[in-house]
Design a binder for this molecule. Structure first.
Ligand SMILES: [Zn+2]
Length: 76
């Protein structure tokens, strides 16, 4: 895997920092260069629960598909 490099100082070490955008109440998790503080990315903590909900929906679809496959086998 390639090593991430800071575009500003060519550093290779990054850290997570909490950031509250102006006018916002919820915090975002920022990925920044640990040497110069250059922001390289942001993680939205609200995505986590959404992914968990999607996982549940996929599991439900999977169960329905298995049931349909079982019914088809009985017909054949
Ligand atoms: Zn840097």
């Amino acid at each position: 895997m390639a090593i991430s490099t800071c575009a500003k100082c060519n550093g290779h070490h990054f850290e997570l920092a909490l950031l509250t955008p102006v006018g916002e109440t919820r915090k975002l998790t920022l990925v920044q260069c640990s040497a110069c503080g250059m922001a390289v990315g942001v993680l939205d903590p609200s995505i986590g629960p959404q992914i968990e909900a999607l996982k549940g929906q996929v599991a439900a679809i999977d169960q329905k598909l298995a049931r349909i496959a079982g019914a088809l086998q009985e017909m054949g």
